[in-house]
Design a protein. Structure first.
Lengths: 354, 326
């Protein structure tokens, strides 16, 4: 986040409302998104020294989407995504400790260390993953929506997917079914313009907002870097869906500031260094909110520094917790393959007990 | 002989076959502009152009099926799955459409297609990205499957697969892409269905394929120190399967251990054991042992992951067991 725009301002004449939001709430948005940013930075550091392994996909640059779509949910609403889900998990209420410990593969992690970066889960927070196969989560979201309607509840399921996932059959099959049965699901495309090294416009001939039209699902566009706009849209959609409007589709334009995963370069033949630098400079969802707060007199350089310090402490604490948390016990290897281990007959065939 | 990596050997095979036969084309995610997620197709776009080296949307079912259709029209598609974990989306096209067409059409149509990509466990990729997928494919009559362990076999088997008139699944081992080895200069084709003895021995046969051949070789070196002479038989092809090589080696050693990265239940080893007891029962001095991936989805935590994988120590133990040396 460039800090050139940070300048001191007096809070005395500050208006209480910023773009229709109470200033206190906007300050909360800034703090929350700073947590996401610092969390991902810490993950990056930990990956570099081998504390985190495997594939690790950072959400840096897309914090506005995480907060704006997940923040307005009720605790009993469902959220799920693909593998770029660390901050979505935090937004849904999973603690930074439990999320970081999962990235470290420790028992204290929200999936007990068995899932890792791509598979964060918390049933009690209704955070339903954490999925590794592109498009694989979309039918699951549709099924969660089905269960809500089946039981006559007024909950909502929000399903995140990448722009590249709309080319999977699972996307179209899901949207069609959601439309037939008017399921309470909001499908949010985090449209960062690329699937790995492939630009969206190389693998489609129609704009994103048109992708749901054939299925009769209303489409909405929002600038995902503007958390206030996202939040407003989401509040409105939640009201409509709870009232029985049926499924909704959102094209949330955003940008990935880092490489596809920790194993990929930030820029390359598919996007230039200049493109990345200019988007990071001009389109940072956190800088956007920070500047609004400074310009309206609700934030000073000092108060921002204090906030950032607190946030860094919180993230350090999460990393310390992860470090201290033990590896899963060896005898848990076969645990949870099945719900019921106490059945007649043999469950496992590897000759290693279990 | 030239020394090259497994990755470059595959790249050479693709380039040579595309040069030789203009009905061969390569299609998959990130294969063209990005040079392939694992850089197997490096330079091919520049050399052959975007009509023959084709980036696809993330639509595995779609482009695998497109390949089957193109093969029915007489082209020779090479379909890359970024990894075989993602091939499950396309399994219907491989099993129901590619494998059965020659039979269902009473021999009128051929499906000369190659499905290739990395397979097997890598490091800490967790349950959905780290698994060995052989059994799903070889189960279906009509599919051929190879899994090379060395750069030379990678090149020779891929070339044979591209020239074959049936669907061939070429599983590359992700952990071997950087492995170096000698590759014969000039035309080098390894016929499908021919196993290869990677180390000669007399006391026990360790049968394996792909990345696990190296685990078997490591075990053989350890056993040598205990004066146990292990033969390492690399199947190279799982279907067609070189039964003569298996039975011949077991006839010599009278003992066999199978090592694979698949899960044990109805794994490849189950088939091998059944065949040995069917046709080589009288040669056996001990029940055949199988070393496999633990019977669980791949855990992410590094200790559990390590514990779950087949390794040389387990293979050594199994060899001692069939030799009654423990
Ligand atoms: C079915 C499937 N095919 C391929 C992959 C490999 N892969 C992982 S992420 C990815 C790109 C996805 O891009 P997008 O949906 O836009 O999400 P983003 O990474 O931009 O968040 C690919 C090709 C996969 N995980 N699953
Ligand atoms: Mg994307």
């Amino acid at each position: 986040m460039p800090d050139s725009a940070v300048r001191d301002a007096s809070t005395s004449a500050a208006p209480a409302v910023i773009e229709g939001f109470p200033a206190e709430q906007v300050l909360g948005f800034l703090r929350e998104m700073l947590i996401y940013r610092r969390f991902e930075q810490k993950a990056e550091e930990a990956y570099a020294i081998g504390k985190i392994g495997g594939f690790c996909h950072l959400h840096t640059g897309q914090e506005g989407v995480a907060l704006g779509f997940v923040g307005p949910l009720r605790p009993d609403d469902y959220a799920l995504s693909a593998y770029r889900e660390h901050t979505l998990a935090l937004a849904k209420g999973i603690s930074a400790r439990a999320a970081m410990a999962e990235l470290y593969g420790r028992v204290g992690g929200c999936s007990g260390g068995k899932g890792g970066s791509m598979h964060l889960f918390s049933a009690k927070h209704n955070f339903m993953g954490g999925w590794g196969i592109v498009g694989g989560q979309i039918p699951l979201a549709t099924g969660l929506g089905w269960a809500i309607r089946y039981r006559g509840e007024d909950r909502v399921c929000v399903c995140f997917l990448g722009d590249a996932a709309v080319n999977q059959g699972s996307f179209h099959e899901s949207l069609n079914m959601a439309a037939i049965w008017k399921l309470p699901v909001i499908y949010v495309v985090e449209n960062n313009g690329y699937g790995m090294g492939t630009a969206f416009n190389r693998v489609t001939t129609t704009p994103m907002v048109e992708k749901s039209r054939a299925h009769g699902i209303p489409a909405h566009y929002v600038d995902g870097q503007d958390v206030l706009a996202v939040w407003r849209l989401m509040e409105d959609l939640l009201d409509r869906v709870r009232d029985g409007a049926g499924p909704q589709f959102v094209d949330a334009e955003t940008y990935r500031f880092k490489g596809h995963s920790m194993s990929d370069p930030v820029s390359g033949t598919y996007r230039s260094k200049e493109e990345v630098e200019s988007r990071v400079r001009e389109d940072d969802p956190i800088a956007h909110v920070r500047d609004l707060l400074i310009q309206s007199g609700h934030l000073t350089r000092e108060s921002l520094e204090r906030m950032d310090e607190e946030v860094r402490e919180l993230v350090e604490d999460a990393a310390d917790f992860a470090d201290r948390s033990p590896l899963p016990p060896e005898d848990s290897l076969h645990e949870f393959v099945y719900s019921d281990m106490d059945v007649h007959g043999r469950l496992f065939f590897d000759g290693r007990g279990g | 002989m030239a020394v090259m990596t497994y990755r470059d050997a595959l790249n050479e095979a693709l380039a040579e076959e595309m040069e030789r036969d203009d009905s061969v084309f390569l299609m998959g995610e990130e294969v063209a502009e990005y040079d392939g997620a694992y850089k197997v197709s490096r330079g091919l776009l520049d050399r052959f152009g975007d009509a023959r080296v084709v980036d696809t949307p993330i639509s595995e079912l779609g482009f695998a099926g497109l390949g089957v259709g193109a093969a029915m029209a007489g082209l020779r598609p090479v379909i890359e799955f970024m990894t075989f974990n993602f091939a499950f989306l396309a399994l219907d096209q491989v099993i129901n459409n590619a494998a059965k067409t020659h039979y269902m059409t009473n021999g009128q149509l051929h499906v000369p297609i190659v499905f290739r990509g990395p397979n097997g466990a890598a490091l800490q990729l967790a349950a959905q990205h780290s698994q060995a997928c052989e059994t799903y494919f070889v189960h279906a009559p009509g599919v051929k499957l190879v899994n090379p362990a060395t750069p030379a076999d990678a090149k020779g088997l891929l070339k044979a697969a591209i020239r074959d008139d049936d669907p061939v699944v070429v599983m590359e081992s992700e952990l071997l892409y950087n492995a170096r080895g000698d590759v014969p200069e000039g035309e080098h084709v390894v016929p499908l269905g021919v196993a290869d003895v990677k180390a000669e021995g007399t006391d026990v046969t360790i049968i394996s394929h792909g990345q696990m051949v190296h685990v078997a070789l490591q075990a053989a070196r350890t056993l040598e120190k205990e004066d146990i002479s292990a033969e390492v038989l690399d199947l190279r092809s799982l279907r067609p399967l070189d039964m003569e090589a298996i039975l011949g080696s077991v006839h010599k050693t009278n003992r066999a251990v199978y090592v694979e990265e698949c899960w044990p239940f109805t794994g490849i080893g189950a088939q091998i054991v059944a065949l040995i007891q069917d046709e080589g029962f009288d040669d056996l001095d001990a029940p055949v042992q199988r070393i496999t991936q633990a019977d669980v989805p791949m855990p992410y935590a590094r200790n559990l992951e390590k514990q779950s994988k087949p390794d040389a120590a387990r293979v050594v133990d199994a060899c001692r067991k069939v030799l009654y040396r423990n």
